[in-house]
Ligand binder design. Structure first.
Ligand code: XIL
Length: 328
């Protein structure tokens, strides 16, 4: 059997997100099929600096060591995000919002500490995650970062990361990246950064997709539009949910044959697209390894099992795996 990483060796790197549930058997799958990892949560702000000045690097360090020990690349996820960042970070001792200057100083301190620690060991950093608003005319999502610092919080984050490690490859990462409205906003945001000389080197397309959406046409148009900016493209969090986003069903306890077939079909189409854009796509990362664990079992419907990957709950290949392999 061909492995994923061998099959796509001349196309792109194949990655998977790891987490505290990644057990021995999943580690074997990782070593066999993947040549890159991303920490699903362990490099996020709340994990690295849960309390002011008190960093907890143990698990993140272990993942970095695992990547190094197994000749894998590692994506760093993520430095500046509105989620999973503790409240204290934005507050002073009296519980009021800190000043712009103070928040920039704290941002710089965090970025310098984290990026310097892993200097030379991180293939690409998701410096800013999900800063663009999905709907409406506004470009930026409301957040403490935006409200306290202003729109240039993004510029600062990239400058700090670049100062901390001038050789690091720096990404802007977002979801709904194939939506025609959001695509234009992401393009605008990144174009603005480039025009101002901000050190950014890539765009991350999260690719949280499902059996029905987005359309292949929208995906292609997004890749083409982002590629026009001349940056690298990474697919950063690929999973293919069995349910549409609006579907709140909870009664499906195992994937039907039809679901598995449709999923295989979708995966094949996606990888055909990735393959055809292999000159701009440098890396394709799944947001997990096997169906044994996926964040989608709690999102957007809590406690609903999902089966979004190429390997089933026991680590066996699914129909989707065969179809992906058949693309080349
Ligand atoms: C998710 C993780 O998978 C979950 O375990 C966690 O509870 C919440 O965050 N976009 C991102 C990722 O950039 O960091 C998110 O990861 C999924 C959506």
């Amino acid at each position: 059997m061909n492995t994923l990483k061998e099959q796509f060796q001349t196309d792109f790197i194949i990655g998977a997100a790891v987490n505290k549930y990644t057990d021995q058997s999943e580690q074997e799958l990782l070593k066999q099929h993947f040549n890159s990892i991303t920490a699903e949560n362990e490099m996020k702000f709340e994990n690295l600096q849960p309390e002011k000045g008190k960093y907890t690097f143990d698990v993140a360090d272990q993942f970095v060591a695992f990547a190094q020990g197994n000749d894998m690349k590692m994506r760093g996820h993520t430095l500046v995000w509105h989620n999973q960042t503790p409240d204290w970070f934005f507050l002073d001792d009296d519980g009021n919002d800190v000043s712009r200057e103070e928040l920039l100083a704290r941002m710089k301190e965090h970025i310098f500490t984290v990026v310097s620690r892993y200097k030379g060991k991180i293939h690409a950093w998701d410096v800013v995650n999900e800063a663009v608003l999905d709907e409406g005319d506004d470009l930026y999502r409301q957040s403490k970062w935006l409200n306290i610092i202003g729109e240039d919080f993004i510029d600062y984050a990239f400058h700090y990361a670049h100062e901390a490690d001038p050789d690091a490859t720096l990404f802007y990462n977002d979801y709904n990246e194939s939506d025609p409205v959001k695509r234009v906003k992401i393009y605008q945001l990144v174009k603005g950064l480039l025009d101002r000389g901000v050190p950014i080197h890539g765009i991350g397309l999260q690719a949280h997709w499902n059996l029905y959406q987005p359309s292949i046409k929208d995906i292609k148009q997004s890749i083409e539009s982002y590629a026009e900016l001349g940056l690298k493209i990474h697919i950063t969090e690929l999973d293919v949910s069995m349910f549409s986003f609006e579907d709140e069903r909870k009664d499906v306890t195992s994937p039907t044959k039809e679901m598995l077939y449709l999923q295989a079909e979708r995966y094949q189409q996606f990888f055909k697209v990735f393959h055809s854009y292999r000159d701009v796509i440098e890396s394709v990362t799944f947001w997990g390894i096997s169906d044994a664990y996926t964040w989608l079992s709690d999102f957007p419907v809590v406690g609903r099992k999902n089966w979004p990957f190429l390997f089933d709950e026991s680590g066996n290949t699914k129909p989707a795996f065969d179809r992906v392999i058949s693309v080349k």
